[in-house]
Design a protein around this ligand. Structure first.
Ligand SMILES: NC(=O)c1ccc[n+]([C@@H]2O[C@H](COP(=O)([O-])OP(=O)(O)OC[C@H]3O[C@@H](n4cnc5c(N)ncnc54)[C@H](OP(=O)(O)O)[C@@H]3O)[C@@H](O)[C@H]2O)c1
Length: 305
């Protein structure tokens, strides 16, 4: 039997990473789970699995990145630099992606799989979504083939964008919101994201290709809030869209109402004005799976097994 490829998950301490590593282990892969903090890595459910190696890495440090990638065939790039240290997250993510391109070539990696963001290429794209796209372009500019999956909000407990929604609906029976409540978006359940990420290791035709991934519905944020309230058993929420709330004001407001710090709320809130909808569904035939609708995804997020 052919030996399974060695996989590294960069960003294993993040929301998507920590949900994805167990799937790879379940499927019999040996995995390097990589993150900046050893303590955070040790805290994860997968940390004691016999086929996992915990690797401390800072992707902005080329030496630590090279030593992490050594001996690996496939790298999942789930890194995102929006944290308290990085006011200029675009610069940090740019530097990290450039390091990744160089280290991937030097270490003879066979492929990279990157989870980025949906959104068209217009000049109105928010700083955050533009930066996600820039990382995609930098990774693709290297010699190692890159598979890109582009997603909108991931619905699951712990996903920052979902936690913002959850706290807004749970804490505010009446909300005054900016116009972004009407922006169309196509959220996806975390289980579906994990299946697509995993499917890429098996489906060779995904090598070097870009796909949009989404759930079964295109909704407005207003629809999402109403569905969340219904599924979570809250009384009907009243949402009053007003044109005068700037992204800065609404991010401060999100920071006040939710536990999400403003350095994360701000770039995410700016992006709420951009439609994030799949333009092609090619992936649904290459990696078929049952896609959840928004109600099912929220139910699963509220009642994990
Ligand atoms: N969550 C969503 O709703 C959503 C939607 C669409 C697309 N995505 C995409 O999915 C990917 C993963 O998102 P996520 O929600 O899992 O993000 P996340 O929870 O913020 O995790 C980000 C990860 O990146 C790591 N990281 C940051 N800077 C690093 C550095 N210098 N060196 C090494 N690791 C570093 C973090 O490690 P630390 O623990 O050390 O900070 C963490 O493991 C991102 O590309 C994001 O754009 C997410």
């Amino acid at each position: 039997m052919a030996q399974k490829e060695k996989i590294i998950v960069l960003g294993a301490t993040g929301y998507v990473g920590e949900n994805f590593v167990p799937k790879l282990l379940e499927e019999g892969f040996s995995v390097k789970a990589a993150g900046r903090s050893e303590d955070k890595l040790k805290d994860k459910s997968f940390s004691n699995h016999p086929n996992v190696e915990l690797v401390q890495v800072d992707v902005r440090d080329p030496d630590s990145l090279r030593s992490a990638l050594n001996g690996c065939d496939i790298a999942y790039y789930l890194v995102h630099s929006m944290d308290v240290e990085n006011k200029d997250f675009e610069r940090a993510d740019r530097m990290a992606a450039n390091n990744m391109v160089r280290a991937a070539r030097q270490c003879g990696l066979k492929r990279i799989i990157y989870l980025g963001g949906l959104g068209d290429d217009s000049a109105q794209l928010s700083r955050h979504l533009r930066s996600r796209r820039e990382v995609e372009e930098i990774l693709k500019s290297g010699s190692v083939p890159v598979t890109v999956l582009r997603a909108a909000m991931i619905i699951g407990s712990g996903s920052v964008s979902f936690e913002i929604l959850r706290h807004l609906v749970e804490r505010l029976p009446v909300m005054v919101t900016p116009r972004w409540v009407k922006t169309p978006n196509q959220p996806i359940a975390i289980d579906n994201v994990i299946n697509y990420l995993y499917g890429c290791t098996e489906a060779q035709q995904t090598i070097g290709t870009t796909y949009d991934i989404g759930g079964t519905e295109v909704l407005s944020y207003l629809d999402l809030m109403r569905i969340y309230a219904e599924v979570a058993g809250f009384r009907k929420r009243f949402v009053i869209p007003v044109p005068v709330l700037t992204p800065r004001l609404s991010s401060l407001w999100i920071h006040l109402v939710t536990p999400i710090p403003s350095y994360i709320a701000m770039p995410l809130t700016e992006g709420l004005k951009n439609p994030v909808v799949c333009k092609n569904n090619k992936i649904t035939t290459i990696i078929p799976q049952e896609l959840f609708d928004c109600r099912q995804a929220i139910q699963k997020a509220l009642n994990p097994l």
